[in-house]
Design a protein around this ligand. Structure first.
Ligand code: KG4
Length: 343
């Protein structure tokens, strides 16, 4: 066993997750329990349900994490007392969801007499690139696109980040979810929209490319969402049958065009040699293909993390925590969760 062994917990949204990293940066356990089925019938994440489900799941997820790590390390049993630190996502996210992980992690750290480390969830997504590509090194431009975040980050070095631009309203994943809801396709919207879009014509309907030519790296998605909903309502009012694949493909293309345009501007502005993706929307195949083409054209290296690393997970939190542990970046036990935080 190469020490330190650091256990990290993630509970900022609708995934209850725990992971253990060893001193060589190997994830010796990486457990994710998704609540997505409980939220699906409401068409989105319900914060109060998320908190309750975290409370129900967190003990079992951590026990399983310790057991999996023990098996991986070839030791008979691993307990909290065998660890070197406990880490947790403390911000940003749903307050009630974060509080569950933070309170649990603080209790575990205090009970076992271990140092406690707080991790910013967004920094976790940057570190997720290490999971798929262990040789990944900054400088890089990272596009973070999830249900809660849409941002372009210039990662100059580990720990040295500049947020180049964010959405001024909805997140990209949120737009996929809202369009899917308007089409009656259920939640989460991203996977169903991309599946429908594969059968449709991306040029069928001219939806707006908001802020495409704004000259900065900010995004706006709410106008596009409204345009799609208005189109659907107008078609229904006129008694026309909806061509769902065409709507999905045209909406998706509008999103991808803006994302790619801004990514290109960010790469040119920073001169970064590497581009990478994070967040649940990074699963979108059309977006991935568009980035492949862009990076080939610009001669930029592209890192696409595996899907398991793109969504919320504790492995990425553990990797940040390992660096913090080495730097002695510990948190006091009276540290609180924070709903909002920048990188
Ligand atoms: O990072 P993530 O798992 O957690 C949250 O931020 O909640 O991202 C989930 C988001 C959802 O909005 C979902 O609709 C979107 O990622 N998503 C996708 C695809 N798969 C998931 N969006 C577009 N295309 C996809 N294939």
């Amino acid at each position: 066993v190469v020490r330190p062994l650091v256990l990290a917990i993630e509970s900022s949204c609708d995934e209850t997750a725990a992971a253990i990293v060893d001193g060589e940066g190997n994830l010796v356990a990486d457990i994710v329990a998704s609540q997505v089925d409980f939220h699906a019938r409401f068409g989105g994440v319900v914060p109060e349900i998320a908190s309750r489900k975290h409370i129900e799941a967190i003990c079992g997820v951590c026990d399983e994490c310790l057991d999996v790590a023990a098996a991986h390390l070839g030791v008979e049993r691993l307990t909290w007392a065998n660890l070197d630190a406990v880490a947790v996502t403390y911000a940003p996210g749903l307050m009630g969801a974060l509080v569950v992980g933070v309170a649990f992690a603080k209790g575990a750290a205090w009970g076992a007499g271990l140092p406690f480390i707080g991790v910013n969830h967004l920094e976790g997504h940057l570190y997720a690139n290490k999971i798929g590509a262990p040789d990944f090194e900054p400088p890089a431009v990272v596009s973070l696109v999830s249900g809660g975040n849409t941002m372009l980050v210039h990662m100059r070095d580990w720990g040295d980040y500049e947020t180049l631009g964010t959405t001024i309203d909805d997140a990209v994943g949120e737009a996929f979810d809202k369009v899917a809801k308007a089409l009656g396709l259920g939640y989460p919207g991203g996977p169903v929209i991309s599946k429908q879009a594969a059968q449709g014509d991306p040029k069928a309907i001219a939806f707006p490319r908001a802020m495409m030519h704004s000259g900065d790296l900010r995004f706006s998605l709410s106008g596009l969402k409204t345009a799609v909903v208005t189109y659907i309502n107008n078609e229904r009012a006129a008694g026309r049958e909806l061509n769902i694949p065409d709507i999905a493909a045209s909406f998706q293309q509008a999103v991808v065009d803006v994302q790619v345009k801004k990514a290109e501007a960010a790469l040119k502005q920073t001169g970064a040699p590497t581009f990478c993706l994070g967040g649940g929307v990074a699963a979108n195949p059309v977006l991935r293909d568009a980035y492949r083409a862009l990076c080939e054209r610009l001669g930029v290296r592209l890192t696409l993390p595996p899907m398991s690393a793109c969504g919320d997970n504790a492995g990425m939190i553990a990797l940040v925590a390992l660096d913090r542990y080495r730097a002695g970046g510990f948190f006091p036990l009276d540290a609180d969760a924070q709903a909002h935080a920048n990188l």
